[in-house]
Design a binder for this molecule. Structure first.
Ligand SMILES: NC(=O)c1ccc[n+]([C@@H]2O[C@H](COP(=O)([O-])OP(=O)(O)OC[C@H]3O[C@@H](n4cnc5c(N)ncnc54)[C@H](O)[C@@H]3O)[C@@H](O)[C@H]2O)c1
Length: 384
């Protein structure tokens, strides 16, 4: 009940400061008006916004919570304009109480922005992965950071399975041939394989990694996983996946590598030039976790040399990816914009999760434990 306590404390402080003339001695206790200013940063949908009533994840539909928030007297500002000194987000930094961001169109919440956000209390991620926030700065400022854990894990696991098949079967050149009026079976077949019998390793076997292992099971692959933690013996038995304590030993065995860890200080640049050089020649990589887990140029170079025979994923650094991002131009890639976790089903789940957390926040209640990324000055264990 820390939020309830904070609210109670803040009323006491307001009473105190009113009588003593002290303006504030703690940014969180100094002002906690009942009416909150909430800012959401989402991607803009333009002509697509009205095509589906459940398309709630965009600026125009604002998670479907505008009427609910405004009926309670809160102010809700939504924008996609997140970068540069004159952007819309910047105008609200000094007085917002809650910032809702999403990994698909990340508003980078830097230490500098946190410092200027004197009223900020809560940072909510509509989705999973809060690495666009300087978590240490948020912890030092006493902010709460929470995400909708589990909201899009099925969406991402399904997408990863699709990307594995697209790479293994060498699907994209065939698709491009059709569009370009060509017909050249050999140009595809010389490096198209079955998935069956291949060794697939996931780096990270959390919620998404485990769902992927379950989905790969019927394809009769050799499944390996590396994680800080072992999965349950039941799930190991069900999937047949084998634990690999040593990351590099596992990677050297893999025909296909899938990345499923968060972006943390430990995973930033995990796939650098040296590590990539030790992978099997012709390895396929799927990364829907975060772009910065890869050394951008090392991946582009290894794709160019053929050491990496195919790279697919939906995550880039930064986002949106600039026009000159090397991954746009490297051979054998099957990249998309950041899309896997924002299916309509996922949007409905993370919108509901955000609404639930806001509701609890207004009432001073705790969030579901697994949603906390930063709480009471501490980072969740895998981010430490
Ligand atoms: N592309 C998308 O749309 C999308 C959507 C959702 C999540 N994601 C990304 O996927 C990540 C994983 O999501 P999840 O729901 O499976 O999270 P999770 O917390 O359930 O699982 C993460 C796993 O990674 C492991 N891990 C963390 N650091 C590690 C390290 N240094 N070495 C080895 N293992 C480590 C953890 O022990 C955990 O088992 C998210 O953090 C996010 O970055 C992407």
């Amino acid at each position: 009940m820390d939020m309830a306590m904070r609210r109670a404390a803040s009323s006491a402080v307001r009473a105190l400061t009113a009588s003593s003339g002290v303006n504030s001695f703690n940014r969180h206790l100094s002002s906690a008006p009942e009416s909150k200013k909430i800012v959401g940063v989402f991607y803009k949908a333009n002509e697509y916004a009205s095509k589906n009533p459940n398309f709630v994840g965009c600026v125009e539909n604002a998670l479907g919570i505008r009427d609910w928030l405004e009926s309670q007297g809160h102010k809700y500002i939504v924008t996609d304009d997140k970068e540069g000194a004159n952007c819309e987000l910047e105008k609200h930094i000094p007085d917002l109480h809650v910032l809702i961001t999403t990994p698909f169109h990340p508003a980078y919440v830097t230490a500098e922005r946190i410092k200027r956000a004197k009223n900020l209390q809560l940072l909510l991620t509509a989705g999973i992965g809060s690495d666009h926030i300087d978590l240490k700065a948020a912890a030092e400022a006493g902010l709460t950071v929470a995400e909708v854990t589990g909201s899009n894990v099925v969406s991402v696991a399904e997408d990863e399975l699709m990307r594995i098949l697209i790479l293994v079967r060498n699907f994209l050149p065939g698709y491009h041939q059709v569009i370009n009026g060509d017909w050249n079976v050999a140009g595809i077949a010389y490096r198209a394989y079955d998935l069956e019998g291949k060794t697939v390793g996931t780096v990270g076997a959390g919620r998404i990694g485990r769902l992927l292992l379950q989905r790969l099971k019927p394809f009769n692959c050799n499944l390996l996983y590396h994680d800080r933690l072992k999965i349950s013996p039941e799930l190991e038995k069900e999937t047949g996946a084998k634990f690999e304590e040593d990351l590099d030993k596992m990677l050297a065995k893999c025909d296909i590598i899938v990345v499923n860890t968060p972006l943390t200080e430990k995973t930033w640049g995990m796939f650098n030039k040296e590590r990539i050089s030790k992978l099997k020649k012709g390895v396929l990589i799927v990364n829907n976790a975060r772009g910065a887990i890869m050394d951008t140029q090392a991946v582009a170079d290894a794709c160019a040399s053929g050491h990496i025979a195919g790279y697919s994923g939906d995550v880039w650094y930064p986002q949106p990816a600039p026009k000159d991002h090397p991954w746009r131009y490297m051979p054998n890639q099957a990249m998309t914009p950041h899309i896997s976790g924002t299916t309509i089903d996922a949007q409905l789940r993370y919108a509901a999760g955000v609404k639930d957390m806001l509701d609890r926040y207004f009432k001073g209640d705790d969030f579901p434990e697994q949603h906390y990324i930063v709480r009471k000055g501490e980072l969740a264990s895998q981010y430490r």
